[in-house]
Write a protein that binds this ligand. Structure first.
Ligand code: ADP
Ligand code: MG
Length: 268
């Protein structure tokens, strides 16, 4: 529900607008203040990384943008319109690939296109193959999902999320469960895909280096209640190498700031 203090007139040029967003969860024993007065404007085609420790409301914020949760206070808009529910223009990708084990790689990507009734069977197939090619998995399209490594599964999930051509991609710690080497490959892939297709990406991670490697901006959150504390522009040229010295300089600084907030909020 929009609260009276927000002014939607200044929100138009942005792809995503969050103003004064607050969210509480009531559990059986206590009320959790998950998000407090979060204001964030994201431009079309921007890659924004949300960083913070566990429990600072990052997933809640993504769910709100996805339309899976409603804020208790504040304004949430995509393309100037209030987000009232999920839609095919804003798709989410999770840490666990959440693929259907009974479908092949191709079947999983096609599944994401089933709702797109405007496409013929042949067009869907062509689209699915295109995105599998893009993530480097076309030759595995007839494989069963259980035959794939964790990194390959995330690639399938990425192809499945991209195939319905969303304009906003919401990624919740998508590489969190992968080993470092696989992650590095995926950093390269996601940068390449983003440069080519220019989605607006909101990417959640607790890995500062990962955020600096990928983001135009890194937004720092702190918990209890979940708040935006600071944001950093990352003007480094792309494609970025996670191991570069310039990148390390940014991540060292951001980590230092983040640690300050976390110690401040959670003593001991
Ligand atoms: P993060 O993704 O940054 O780890 P979350 O958005 O998952 O944080 O959670 C923020 C806070 O809200 C946490 O304290 C969490 O326990 C609480 N929370 C999130 N979802 C629910 C829910 N459905 N019911 C109760 N509490 C929740
Ligand atoms: Mg989370």
């Amino acid at each position: 529900m929009a609260s009276p203090e927000v002014n939607p007139t200044k929100t138009e040029p942005f792809k995503l607008v969050l103003e004064h967003v607050s969210k509480w969860f009531q559990t059986s024993s206590l009320k959790v203040h998950a998000l407090d007065d979060v204001t964030l404007h994201i431009a079309e085609g921007e890659f924004v990384c949300l960083v913070g420790p566990s429990g600072c409301g990052k997933s809640t914020l993504l769910n709100i943008i996805a339309g899976l949760e409603r804020p208790d206070r504040g304004l949430v808009q995509a393309d100037g319109k209030t987000i009232v529910g999920p839609g095919p223009r804003r798709l989410m990708m999770f840490q666990e690939a959440a693929l259907f084990p009974w479908l092949t790689v191709l079947g999983n990507v096609l599944f994401g296109l089933k709702l797109n009734t405007g496409l013929s069977v042949a067009e869907r197939r062509e689209k699915a193959e295109y995105f599998l090619e893009l993530v480097g998995l076309k030759k595995f399209m007839h494989s069963n999902v259980h035959e794939l490594s964790g990194g390959m599964k995330q690639r399938v999930a990425l192809a499945r999320a991209l195939a319905p051509t969303p304009t906003v991609l919401l990624m919740d710690e998508p590489f969190g469960a992968l080993d470092a080497l696989t992650r590095e490959q995926l950093y390269g892939d996601i940068q390449r895909i983003w440069s080519k297709h220019r989605k607006t990406i909101v990417f959640v991670t607790h890995n500062v280096r990962e955020a600096v490697c990928l983001g135009d901006r890194v937004i720092l959150f702190s918990p209890n209640p979940g708040r935006i504390r600071e944001e950093f522009a990352i003007p480094l040229p792309r494609s970025r190498d996670i191991n570069s010295v310039d990148l390390a300089r940014y991540s060292t600084e951001i980590t230092r700031v983040l640690k300050g907030y976390v110690q401040l909020e959670v003593p001991g």
